[in-house]
Write a protein that binds this ligand. Structure first.
Ligand SMILES: Nc1nc2c(c(=O)[nH]1)N[C@H]1C(S)=C(S)[C@@H](COP(=O)(O)O)O[C@H]1N2
Ligand SMILES: [Mo]
Length: 328
């Protein structure tokens, strides 16, 4: 078994290249940086990319009875689903280790019972919600969405969840609430890679209020009709299908209404590469790899990337007053 602390170079992901580069810079070995970045860029399909491994994580809990006949959302795509093994075996969840297979391997560490979410900030009725109450009271449905990672791969995932708006309304955001901030659990005993300064923990993300209230914005509690596996962000994660995957923050414990734009982890680390908005956009080049095309996991040939990941008709209006090449 590979040591979780030292992923082999074949598992080094594109997002991770940046982190490595930072480490090199900190050590003053700027020369190695060119090698690391250039090396990966020329490899094309890398080993860790090619054949997602079957998930070694504990099988997800059986679905609760009342999940058996969930309504199917009209917002679903009818594209072919990415298989369960890839959806649960090829992940980005740095708190459970870098490398696509590490999260599944380490997911058993992420104990999620009990779990609660604190909702506060600019709201008339701030409060704390226990996961069980949330699952009982929210209108669960199945929704099939495309997920597009900034690393230029994509999947089609059948989520179980409910619109974020349905939850947010319960807390009565005030007129000062212009943004919504999200935080992942901080607990190195359950998310062991938080013992290392890979990112500025806890992972944070944010949306503008209108984005958060948009009917496409989902809080997912399951996939493939089962509770979310740890590696996919159990027990509760955001899904914003028209944005790059890093906006879809996992294992949420806190939601906060704010007046100003909240800090977001990748955006703070490297704003030229990871915008706050991060709308999928084939016309905005990422400094390290093109966003024009993508590889759908399980397919051989690349496909064209669509503006807003194919959800332009529903969301383009949200940005009509913005220059998306500048405010990316
Ligand atoms: N807390 C947290 N959330 C996260 C990440 C992470 O490392 N930590 N990775 C993001 C990235 S880069 C992507 S592409 C998606 C991947 O979701 P999936 O593994 O369920 O496909 O989760 C996002 N949410
Ligand atoms: Mo990603």
């Amino acid at each position: 078994m590979k040591s979780f602390h030292e992923p082999p170079s074949s598992e080094i992901t594109d997002e991770k290249v940046y982190l490595q580069r930072r480490r090199y810079l900190r050590w003053g070995a700027a020369g190695a940086l060119g090698l690391a970045v250039g090396g990966v860029a020329t490899l094309g399909l890398r080993q860790g990319d090619e054949a997602p491994q079957a998930s070694e994580a504990h099988p997800a809990d059986p679905p609760p009875k009342r999940w058996q006949d969930l309504p199917h959302s009209r917002f679903s795509t009818d594209e072919a689903l990415t298989d369960w093994e890839s959806v649960t075996g090829y992940n980005n969840f740095y708190e459970l280790g870098a490398g696509k297979e590490a999260p599944a391997r380490n997911a058993h560490r992420l104990e999620t019972d009990p779990w609660s979410v604190t909702v506060d900030g600019e709201a008339e009725r701030p409060g704390k919600l226990h996961l069980e109450d949330l699952l009982q009271s929210m209108p669960l449905e199945e929704r099939i969405y495309r997920l597009r990672c900034v690393e230029a791969w994509s999947m089609v995932i059948p989520w179980v969840g409910f619109p974020l708006a349905a939850l947010l309304k319960r807390f009565r955001p005030t007129s000062r609430a212009k943004y919504v901030a999200f935080e992942t659990l901080y607990d190195p005993s359950r998310l062991p890679a938080q013992n290392r300064p890979i990112l500025d923990w806890p992972y944070r993300e944010g949306l503008r209020m209108d984005e958060a209230m948009h009917p496409l914005t989902l809080l997912a509690v399951g996939l493939y009709g089962r509770p979310l596996p740890g590696q996919n962000g159990a027990p509760l994660r955001l899904v914003v299908p028209w944005k790059y995957g890093f906006k879809s923050i996992k294992s949420i414990v806190r939601i906060r209404f704010t007046e100003t734009q909240p800090p977001a982890t990748w955006n703070q680390l490297q704003p030229e590469e990871y915008g706050f908005y991060a709308n999928v956009n084939p016309a905005v080049e990422h400094p390290r790899w093109s966003q024009k095309r993508e590889r759908r996991i399980g397919e051989v040939f690349k496909r064209d990337t669509l503006p807003f990941n194919g959800y332009a008709e529903q969301v383009a209006d949200l940005y009509k007053d913005m220059d998306l090449a500048k405010q990316f």
